[in-house]
Design a protein around this ligand. Sequence first.
Ligand code: NAI
Ligand code: 13P
Length: 320
Amino acid sequence: MSVGVLGAGAFGTALAIALARKAPVQLWARSETRARDMATHRQNTAYLPEQAFPEQLMVTANLQELAGCDTLLLAVPMQQLDNFIAENAAALQEKTLVACCKGVDLRSGDGPAEIIARHLPDTGFALLTGPSFARDIAVGLPTGLTLACTDDGRGQALQKALSTPALRLYRTTDVIGATLGGALKNVIAIACGATIGAGLGESARATVLTRGFAEMQRLALRRGAQAATLSGLSGFGDLVLTCTSEQSRNYRFGRALGQGTTFDPSVTVEGAATARAVRDIAARDDLDMPITSAVAGLVENRLDVTQAMQDLLSRSLKEE
Ligand SMILES: NC(=O)C1=CN([C@@H]2O[C@H](COP(=O)(O)OP(=O)(O)OC[C@H]3O[C@@H](n4cnc5c(N)ncnc54)[C@H](O)[C@@H]3O)[C@@H](O)[C@H]2O)C=CC1
Ligand SMILES: O=C(CO)COP(=O)(O)O
């Protein structure tokens, strides 16, 4: 299997570094200047400074140079995926595409599998997701991920090719569960960050995390996911990591909301758009997702954290 990575942000670069420790990898960046800078300095100074590129990592801004790769990892932000696939469909045909993004597209309500199937119906698809910070993967710290692929034969081949001594992939055929777990945990991480940022305490965060997990399960099971996937790395595992770590951008964005401070708008925060997309899906499916709705309200500046928590606390008492 010959692997290329599309998208040279933090995650694409980290995956390329990890995989290039065992085999040649081509990393594609959309900016020619950035690609040249990375090729010269053998590191990604913008997104992952001080992580030296292995010898077998090649960088290019020319997609044609990845023509020989049969497997392409897509590491562009979720809200850019549709345009990215549409613009580059010709170069992506007859490849196995492994989406590495986490989220739900705001315009269509779709995940990566549906978006790719719309543009490239005959293309093999898998999703790589789970608890992992880019820097940890780049450094070579032990990390477990979920590889979801409905075609288990393809899934097995990908699992083998994309695992390394430090990066351990677990396999599932439940693409729906893996997609929704990875998408929704970011929304709940924003809520947890907001809870801590507003000074509401760690006990409150534990409740938000746990009730957020109940929302994740409610939506995912309704959409056909398996409960075991939600309890696995791509669901519960990533939820715990993202809701409790200062490394998480979603958590830090939420914390800034709670503190009433500004947050750099250029930073990728997948949970912000996903909260709005999922709030709309839940309304259509007649599902109760109060924490997700609250995050959507915070993101849209219709609510502040005090009001959002007051709304959650004043709901009628329920069975767990
Ligand atoms: N950073 C992390 O620790 C992890 C990130 N992810 C996921 O990976 C995905 C990408 O995130 P990051 O790499 O962290 O984001 P990032 O903000 O570090 O990088 C995004 C990259 O995508 C490129 N990009 C944006 N729009 C594009 C377009 N239209 N065409 C081509 N390239 C485009 C940017 O130039 C940039 O290189 C997200 O869905 C994120 O949730 C998943 C696990 C860990
Ligand atoms: O997905 C991630 C960890 O698994 C990265 O989280 P952030 O996007 O919140 O930084």
